[in-house]
Design a binder for this molecule. Structure first.
Ligand code: CA
Length: 630
């Protein structure tokens, strides 16, 4: 009986063992079969190349391809070492962390191996950095930024108006369609831009936006590493940067960290479940900018501001994912280094995860300590805007390294102030009161000041199409503290409704059959010509003026509709008188002796007329006078 039981146990054990061995052999056979029919291809590897001698000695590669996570990467190159390989729940992605400390420029193969066999390869290049790259100077208060919507400026290459493989084709009679403007068009008109007196170019985004409709504005990125072929290519963007630089003009790249376009290749194959906020499903942000600071707001609403999507066609990125965080940081650095940029303008700044912004801005600043970048916080309250700027005093312990912000509060104060009647809480007194809030900024002189941009009704129309108000606004923006930014077309007093398609209309002369040509002046009416020559004079005077570039701002309270301020740097002094009354006014310069200090002459920079400061100065209604004091 006992022997029988033992025999039975033995045979059961034997059967189990045989079954197990068959299972193992089958699995191995299946794996071999799987492997032999498996063709591994790398669809994306980003960044596509990198540089040696960067401040950060680590580099993370995103590798995308069918079942790529089953492969093991291997590199043999001196001082390049794989620190770790990260995988997500999606087998089509691999993230490789490299140390490239002390590596020399050169190239090597990244081999992707499975069961001892090389299944895929990528030739990776580490480039030498260009001389002085780290210490590059960003845009500064001596500059004036020209903002261009590339699709709407000039068509330098009609061959790329529609491109095979990209969804949206040319349709110039559709105000929301593509009109064919491109990077070549901007290169062709660098002479005009230079002569006007602009020294920096901010282009609305030029990366691939392969959306079905409404793709021309560029804010729906579908490829982080390539220029949209309808604008040109990476090489042409670099050429623009080089040719602009030869004229002393810098390039500011529009950076979008908050969202991508719904046609981005990630959306077909998400790298991880948490790559896009709200599980990849559309929920609209509440657009409540105060969310970040409001002590009373519900947690749900707080989170909705940053995690909700801007619009349905713009999936909202979850920058709290560390792999995505590194991806975005490296992408920003890649473009500075590749295209030799002098600045960033960062879209929808407060909608991005604030801790990510802290790290991102720190990394940019540590790679490029003198680089300048400006964030868009569309809010008219200086308390809300100043929160983000580097070195601003704050209500919490948030750390930020972004050197500049767009000065929306000042924009609103100028536009309203010039149209309103003066009273204790209206008129240009609001400009004075907004500037009094400068104590809240880490550096108010480094703010970007502007009268309009690609999202706003044209300033000429905002100012009721009055050339006198237009000239006043231009004078203020070019002499007040900060770095002026001017939207293309403003120089010829273009008008518009608030409709985006219309306010981003084509610049006259950018297309061969245009009746008017703003580049040459042919066909422009009197108002357009006068606006253009006024701004040209103002900008060219401003260029190289030390009082404007480096001077302190000292201002006086608005009295009897007149606002007076000075820009003061060493021996350089500029006096600006703004008369917001419809009637002429008289100003007695001896009131300002604290600043003028006995100097006796002032030269009007527009008409060269000399004014003696010991006598009164008469200023006509609704006008500005800019005097260089000697
Ligand atoms: Ca074109």
């Amino acid at each position: 009986m006992i022997r029988f039981q033992l025999k039975e146990k033995l045979s059961a054990w034997l059967m189990k063992k045989i079954a197990y061995q068959i299972k193992v052999s089958l699995t191995i056979a299946a794996l071999y079969a799987f492997n032999s029919i498996m063709a591994y291809e790398i669809d994306h590897l980003e960044p596509p190349f990198w540089w040696v001698n960067m401040e950060e000695e680590k580099l993370q590669l995103l590798v995308h391809g069918k079942n790529i996570s089953f492969l093991q990467p291997q590199i043999e190159y001196e001082n390049v070492e794989i620190i770790s390989v990260k995988r997500t729940e999606n087998n089509n992605y691999l993230f490789i962390d490299l140390s490239i400390k002390n590596a020399n420029a050169g190239s090597f193969d990244i081999q992707f191996i499975r069961l001892g066999k090389v299944e895929a390869e990528y030739r990776y290049v580490l480039r030498e950095r260009s001389l002085g790259s780290k210490d590059r100077e960003g845009f500064d208060p001596g500059d004036v930024i020209y903002l261009i919507t590339p699709d709407r400026y000039a068509n330098g290459d009609p061959r790329n108006d529609s491109v095979d493989g990209l969804r949206e084709k040319l349709k110039r009679n559709n105000k929301d369609g593509r009109h064919g403007g491109d990077i070549q068009g901007i290169i062709d008109h660098l002479g005009y831009i230079d002569q006007m007196g602009f020294t920096q170019l901010w282009l609305n985004p030029v990366l691939v936006n392969d959306q079905k409709t409404y793709s021309y504005h560029g804010y729906s990125t579908t490829d982080f590493y390539n220029i949209d072929p309808r604008f040109g290519n990476n090489r042409l963007y670099l050429e623009l940067s080089e040719k602009a630089k030869a004229r002393g003009i810098g390039i500011i790249k529009d950076v979008i960290l908050n969202h991508i376009g719904s046609e981005h290749w990630w959306m077909d194959d998400l790298p991880s479940d948490d790559w896009i906020n709200n599980g990849g499903n559309f929920i609209n942000t509440n657009h409540i900018h105060e969310s970040i600071h409001d002590p009373h707001l519900s947690i749900f609403e707080k989170n909705l501001f940053t995690d909700g999507w801007f619009v349905k066609s713009m999936p909202d990125l979850n920058q709290r994912n560390e792999l995505l965080e590194t991806y975005l940081i490296q992408n920003s650095i890649w473009w500075i280094e590749y295209a030799n940029l002098s600045g960033f303008r960062v879209d929808t700044y407060p909608y991005v995860d604030k801790n990510f912004l802290s790290t991102w801005s720190m990394r940019i600043s540590s790679e490029y300590p003198n680089f300048n970048f400006v964030g868009e916080e569309w809010n008219n309250n200086p308390t809300i805007v100043s929160y983000w700027q580097k070195d601003s005093p704050r209500h919490d312990n948030y750390v930020s390294f972004i050197p500049s912000m767009m000065d929306f509060p000042l924009q609103s104060a100028i536009v309203k102030g010039l149209k309103e009647k003066e009273s204790w809480n209206s008129g240009i007194g609001n400009i004075f009161r907004v500037l009094a809030n400068d104590f809240q900024y880490g550096n108010p002189y480094n703010l970007v000041v502007f009268l309009g941009n690609h999202d706003m009704t044209r300033i000429y129309s905002e100012l009721n199409e009055r050339l006198d108000l237009y000239k006043m606004a231009m004078s203020i923006i070019c002499t007040i503290r900060g770095i002026p930014q001017i939207y293309y077309g403003t120089e010829i007093a273009m008008s518009s409704s608030s409709d985006h398609g219309e306010l981003r209309k084509d610049f006259p002369g950018g297309w061969p059959d245009d009746e008017k040509d703003a580049f040459t002046g042919n066909g422009l009416n009197e108002t357009e010509l006068e606006a253009q020559s006024y701004l040209k004079r103002l900008l060219n005077w401003r260029k190289g003026n030390l009082a404007i570039a480096k001077g302190d701002l000292v201002h006086y309270p608005v009295k009897d509709n007149v606002y007076v301020y000075f820009r003061n740097y060493q021996k350089n002094l500029v006096m600006v008188i703004v008369n917001n009354s419809e009637r002429a006014k008289t100003v007695y310069p001896n009131q300002y002796n604290e600043i003028i200090k006995g100097r006796t002459k002032g030269v009007n920079i527009i008409n060269n007329r000399l004014h003696y400061l010991l006598r009164e100065i008469n200023i006509s209604g609704k006008s500005t006078m800019i005097l260089e004091i000697h």
